[in-house]
Design a protein around this ligand. Structure first.
Ligand SMILES: NC(=O)c1ccc[n+]([C@@H]2O[C@H](COP(=O)([O-])OP(=O)(O)OC[C@H]3O[C@@H](n4cnc5c(N)ncnc54)[C@H](OP(=O)(O)O)[C@@H]3O)[C@@H](O)[C@H]2O)c1
Length: 298
């Protein structure tokens, strides 16, 4: 029997790179869509060069695909117009996938509820989910808050702040709750969804075992690094203003850090846990996820 073809878009990203590594152990034909040739050097993977903003490049990537992962995010390409680029990319993807008869799509996006005065970034992630769900294929939507792993934008921001600034004056939104998840657990869920057809067409919140504030996240990170942090939330500091100084401190581009910081005002915690019954995992604690990421970087 022919092994099914699985396409990974965003294959060269923080999540994509780890996912293709994990999928190599599965009995399937793996195909990756990348914008730059030579970006991926894993064996037994068919690389197709293409760009979701250039529809003519997509049929070659989509031909014969059973399931496609959607891990595309335009934010790194610049703050201005990332919502428009993400919308267009998703619309082009839907058209090409429908034409090629793709059966399933698995999308990893963000937590957050419509109507909760969401940041532009979180709104845009939900918009992409809606566009994908409008396709004739079945879309599985995994919704995550901050993902802890070496090289992840949010993780690198927290790390740089903790390591470079012993005293921080922050917007009061650092007291917002969030539910971080280890990147390894995200990858297990992404692979698990492919293997378990019960997840087809479903929307699932995914999160780690800890529900903590951003302030606590930084303090716990600091303790792991042997540093005492002094974090002073003040009501007058806007996220936009703080994103400027965060831009000076962290290696993360302002185009990425700014939308992320604007999103600090939105509580991002799991509202339901159906995925835990379908794909049982021993979830990694926040502290262990940080330790693991630091070890990986070292
Ligand atoms: N990182 C987190 O903490 C986090 C948290 C929650 C949810 N997520 C979700 O996880 C997903 C993946 O995020 P990530 O952190 O892996 O992002 P990332 O590292 O920025 O990767 C995004 C990928 O999208 C690709 N891409 C952008 N525009 C494209 C286009 N026009 N055509 C084709 N590919 C394009 C990029 O390609 P190039 O390599 O060519 O630039 C890159 O490989 C996103 O949907 C994000 O919302 C991430």
């Amino acid at each position: 029997m022919n092994r099914k073809i699985v396409l990974v878009t965003g294959a060269n990203g923080f999540i994509g790179r780890r996912l293709i590594h994990a999928l190599r152990a599965e009995d399937l034909q793996l195909r990756c869509l990348v914008r730059k040739a030579g970006a991926i050097s894993e064996e037994n993977i068919k690389i197709v060069q293409g760009d979701l903003l250039e529809p003519a490049t997509l049929p070659a990537a989509m031909a014969g695909v059973d399931t496609a992962y959607y891990l595309v995010h335009a934010m790194a390409g610049g703050r201005a117009g990332f919502e428009r680029r993400d919308r267009e990319a998703a619309e082009n993807f839907v058209r090409a996938a429908e034409k090629a008869g793709v059966r399933r799509v698995i999308y990893l996006g963000g937590l957050g509820e419509t109507g909760d005065d969401l940041s532009e970034h979180l709104k845009s992630r939900l918009e992409v989910a809606d566009i994908l769900r409008s396709g004739t294929f079945a879309t599985t939507f995994l919704r995550a808050a901050i993902i802890i792993g070496a090289g992840g934008a949010s993780f690198e921001m927290v790390k740089a702040l903790v390591e470079r600034l012993p005293v921080m004056i922050t917007p009061r939104w650092v007291t917002t709750l969030c539910q971080p998840i280890a990147v390894e657990d995200v990858i297990s869920y992404l692979v698990g969804c492919l293997k378990d057809e019960r997840t087809t067409g479903g929307t699932f919140d995914i999160g780690g075992p800890d529900v903590i504030t951003y302030k606590e996240m930084m303090e716990r990170f600091g303790r792991i690094r042997g540093r005492n942090l002094y974090i002073l939330p003040v009501p007058v500091l806007t996220p936009r203003l703080s994103s400027y100084w965060v831009g000076f401190i962290t290696p993360v581009a302002p185009s990425v850090s700014m939308p992320l910081i604007e999103g600090l005002k939105n509580e991002v915690i799991c509202r339901e846990h159906a995925i835990r019954d379908l794909i049982p995992l021993t979830l990694t604690s926040y502290d262990d996820a940080v330790l693991r990421s630091l070890a990986a970087e070292a």
